[in-house]
Design a protein around this ligand. Structure first.
Ligand SMILES: *[C@@H]1O[C@H](CO)[C@@H](O)[C@H](O)[C@H]1NC(C)=O
Ligand SMILES: *[C@@H]1O[C@H](CO)[C@@H](O)[C@H](O)[C@H]1NC(C)=O
Length: 277
């Protein structure tokens, strides 16, 4: 027993002494890794919502068309073929969400919600409302243009009971059943099935996102934070700021928009090297 403890202590000290002070890293730091920047596409105006579909390795996003009346469309970018395109058929496409298990992409516009079929054509889905944002975790959530939050479960639309009396601008739900919602740039949290709403002050939030494990991320002017469920607080994981949207590939590589540029962070193991020779 004692020798095991000594060995553990020894390896811990040896690791700390040899690895940490003798390493230097370059690139963009995000959640304990260093990445290279890869520009996927430029010239995307006012990205509204962005999701990544693991099944077809494709980013789906809604964005603003330039014109007299504000109008949004659905676009995509396939990481395998590097092809970008537009998907028509949804008027003022604003909300987009993905069910990774069923390989279904949902799109919401003025007339309600659609699901993309195999040919990427929108097919009517039984939700009739003027959609602002969508979110999927087990079930489909949506926010309409009146800022009311709803859940679609087993063919039935209901106001989210947790947010019955709240006006909200955006929502996500994490792996621990926490609902995070924004009122303008103020962040609130409530557990699914409860009514006790907590506020996270001090961090005006411009973007919320979940990774493939449904961990919750928040972009602010002071960097990107992750929700720490043991501390009930946000921890900073990157100095990147002013993102317009954020999503993650199945390999946990961040994809995000800054101004009108769509960017992917590419993991590069050679970004950290020993400088003691
Ligand atoms: C599209 O949606 C935006 C945001 O809700 C709204 O301001 C705009 O008027 C809509 N456009 C049309 C043509 O309905
Ligand atoms: C955001 O702020 C505006 C202006 O103060 C307010 O009218 C609106 O209701 C706020 N949004 C929410 C969801 O509270």
């Amino acid at each position: 027993m004692r020798s095991v403890c000594l060995l553990l202590l020894y390896t811990t000290v040896a690791f700390a002494a040899s690895v940490i002070p003798d390493r230097k890293c370059r690139g963009v730091y995000f959640d304990n890794k260093y990445y290279d920047i890869e520009i996927l596409k430029e010239g995307i105006n006012k990205i509204h919502q962005l999701v990544f579909n693991n099944n077809d390795n494709t980013v789906y996003f809604t964005f603003g068309q330039i014109g007299a009346v504000p109008y949004r469309s659905l676009g995509y970018y396939n990481l395998d073929t590097r092809q970008a395109g537009l998907i028509g058929g949804v008027r003022n496409a604003s909300g987009v969400a993905v069910d990774q298990i069923k390989n279904k992409v949902y799109v919401g516009g003025i007339d309600g919600v659609y699901a993309l079929n195999r040919d990427k054509e929108p097919e009517r889905y039984p939700i009739y409302d003027n959609i602002h944002k969508l979110f999927f975790r087990d079930v489909l959530y949506y926010i309409n243009v009146r800022k009311e939050a709803y859940v679609f479960d087993n063919g039935i639309v209901n106001r989210m009971p947790e947010l019955q009396t709240e006006k909200v601008d955006d929502i996500i739900v994490d792996d621990d059943d926490n609902v995070f919602f924004l009122q303008n740039d103020t962040l609130f949290r409530v557990k699914l099935g409860t009514r006790a709403i907590n506020i996270h002050e001090g961090y005006p939030i411009n973007v919320m996102a979940v990774d493939p494990y449904y961990r919750a991320f928040f972009s602010t002017k002071n960097g990107i934070f992750i929700y720490n469920k043991y501390k009930f607080a946000l921890d900073r994981v990157s100095r990147m700021k002013d993102l317009r949207a954020l999503a993650f590939t199945k390999n946990m590589e961040p994809i995000y928009a800054v101004v009108d540029i769509l960017i992917k962070l590419k993991a590069n193991p050679t970004n950290c090297y020993d400088y003691r020779i």
